[in-house]
Design a protein around this ligand. Structure first.
Ligand SMILES: Cc1cc2nc3c(=O)[nH]c(=O)nc-3n(C[C@H](O)[C@H](O)[C@H](O)COP(=O)(O)O)c2cc1C
Length: 226
């Protein structure tokens, strides 16, 4: 499956069957996580058993408590930590989708109850629930391309496509609080318009946008983000 097809198929899934993820699939997902940790200087940890990560009432009500596995997304504190987690974490999410799994980014996870020891100097920013969904989720309501873009009027096709893929990105409470500005020199500035977890959102949005760049045979903008 092309990564872009996984992107088109992905929706947040909050209810999971009790099917456990087998060793082969875990191994394949683990390889991608290792790659992303290296590329993004991060510490994403795949826990086969989510334990009590989603034991809070809110998560149980939302269904996330049924997720068998979880990825705890942590890293050393820095100004760009949250954005890098969004960018590389979304690559992992799409790999999970390719492997037949379902996911949900979850800001409401409990770092304290997760069955993993925090590493000194690191912060666990967010979790990603992983498992086999009881359903495949459904498309979210979306802003329009006009609402999230600005800048030069003569727009190359890759820019419009990038905005289209960005609008398919998961964002916290579906807030889509970002702006993609096309500059005169054909670069793009992605602006964070605030809100809970909006920096993680921005990283995810950048990853989706970069897949449009790749599709057009152009270099990605943000894969070297430090
Ligand atoms: C940073 C971030 C945090 C999120 N936190 C939660 C959460 O705590 N609980 C939850 O049920 N969904 C959470 N979500 C999922 C969003 O609600 C979901 O992505 C959004 O409604 C869009 O739907 P979609 O992912 O199906 O496209 C989060 C998503 C992101 C990107």
């Amino acid at each position: 499956m092309r990564e872009i097809d996984a992107l088109l198929q992905r929706h947040s899934v909050r209810n999971y069957t009790d099917r456990k993820i087998g060793p082969e699939v875990l191994e394949k997902l683990g390889v991608m996580i290792d790659d992303c940790n290296r590329a993004g200087d991060l510490h994403l940890q795949l826990l086969k058993d989510a334990g009590k990560t989603f034991s809070r009432l809110l998560n149980r009500v939302m269904g996330l408590g049924s997720a068998p596995s979880v990825i705890i997304c942590a890293g050393r504190e820095s100004d760009t930590l949250e954005e890098r987690i969004g960018y590389w974490g979304e690559k992992v999410v799409l790999r999970a989708q390719e492997l037949g799994l379902n996911t949900c980014w979850a800001g409401t996870f409990s770092a304290k109850n997760a069955p993993v020891k925090p590493v000194e100097g690191e912060r666990a920013v967010i979790a990603i629930a992983v498992g086999y969904g009881a359903d495949q989720g459904r498309p979210h309501r979306s802003k329009t391309i006009e609402q999230v873009t600005s800048g030069r009027a003569d727009r190359p096709a890759w820019f419009t496509r990038g905005a289209e893929l960005a609008l398919l990105a998961p964002t916290a409470i579906n807030q889509q609080k970002f702006e993609l500005r096309l500059n005169d020199d054909d670069t793009v500035t992605a602006v964070d318009k605030g809100g809970p977890f909006s920096k993680v959102d921005l990283g995810i949005v950048k990853y989706h946008f970069d897949l449009a760049r790749e599709e057009a045979g152009l270099p990605k903008f943000w894969d070297g983000m430090k």
